[in-house]
Write a protein that binds this ligand. Structure first.
Ligand code: 13P
Ligand code: SF4
Length: 314
């Protein structure tokens, strides 16, 4: 089938089945363009709670589909490729995280949304990179906190808030591998360019950044900035929306350490294709299921995040 025919079919099927297509900024450009809504991980969760669709097709990775299902158990949730996982979520198995919590009693547990449902069920409050600071600051100054699984985000929030959260030792394989040396070299080549970085990047890189923020924050910053050139240290999929919203500006993807790989692309995110999205809508699979006992525990930690986000207007 041609791309045009696939898109036609997707449009027919979503109408016929009352389905909504939600896509993360790291998805292939053609998926972003066909989606009903494109957003960061917080916005995708918020959409999952307010849509009146019967079916949610979450074009993102597995934990995003799980989060939508946890929040909307009455809806059917699909992702185009069930193998689209996340190295950060993988770095934090639920049994090991439970042991870590047991070893440090008396701590409030904060987990990044990039975790499995089982980890969320062990968590007091979930965060995304958009609201992590506000969630931490909503807790008393002397609160003892465990933060997992991203140690770079945790370290960044510790610095911002003056807290001393206990960090789980996890990283994202995409954000951990940007080359500081190559970014500084690019900066010499484009002295007018601002460096924009996602807080999943290591601290030494965040220190040279002009703006640190979630995917939506990076996009907003670039759009509102009077500057015309940007070096972007996050997954390269975000460049599609940046360019679309700012056709007159130059966006340069930050290079990875290894010049031979496309490591600034998340291969899990890129497992989803337009064709798989079409097949997913047509065949109503692969579907996301969450064990009800886990869901009931996990939903509390996500709802606390949504309440705090609403309070801060996020
Ligand atoms: P945000 O969309 O919250 O910025 O997160 C980025 C990410 O790594 C998603 O996997
Ligand atoms: Fe996970 Fe990193 Fe991919 Fe985001 S970019 S889905 S954190 S592996």
């Amino acid at each position: 089938m041609t791309k045009t025919a696939i898109i036609e079919q997707i449009n027919l099927l979503r109408k016929e089945k009352n389905a909504i297509i939600l896509a993360h900024y790291y998805q292939e450009a053609e998926i972003q363009d066909v989606a009903d809504f494109v957003g960061d991980s917080l916005a995708l969760a918020q959409w999952a709670t307010k849509t009146t669709a019967d079916i949610i097709v979450l074009c993102g990775v597995h934990f995003m589909g799980e989060t939508a299902k946890i929040l909307s158990p009455g809806k059917r949730v699909f992702i185009p490729d069930l193998k689209a996982g996340c190295s950060l979520a993988d770095s934090c198995p639920a049994d090991a995280f439970a042991k870590f919590i047991d070893e440090h009693p008396g701590h409030t547990v904060i987990s990044y949304v990039n975790t499995t449902a089982a980890v969320k069920a062990l968590t007091d409050i979930v965060v995304t990179s958009t609201n992590a600071r506000q969630v931490v600051e909503s807790l008393p100054k002397n609160e003892k906190i465990i933060f997992g699984p991203d140690k770079h985000l945790g370290d960044y929030i510790n610095k911002l808030t003056g807290r001393n959260m206990l960090l789980w030792d996890g990283v994202c394989h995409v954000h951990a591998q940007f080359s500081l040396e190559k970014i500084l070299h690019l900066k010499k080549e484009y002295p007018e360019a601002l460096i924009l970085a996602h807080p999943e990047c290591p601290g030494y890189l965040l220190e040279v950044a002009d703006h640190v923020g979630s995917t939506s924050s990076i996009l907003k910053y670039a759009t509102q900035s009077p500057f015309k050139q940007f070096i972007v240290a996050t997954e390269a999929g975000i460049l599609h929306q940046m360019q679309k919203e700012n056709p007159d500006k130059l966006f340069i993807p930050a290079p990875p350490e290894d010049a031979t790989c496309a490591c600034n692309e998340c291969f899990y995110m890129k497992m989803n294709t337009l064709e798989k999205l079409y097949l997913c809508l047509k065949n109503e699979q692969p579907e996301i299921f969450v064990d009800e006992e886990i869901r009931v525990k996990a939903v509390k930690s996500i709802e606390r995040m949504l309440e705090i986000s609403e309070r801060y207007g996020l």
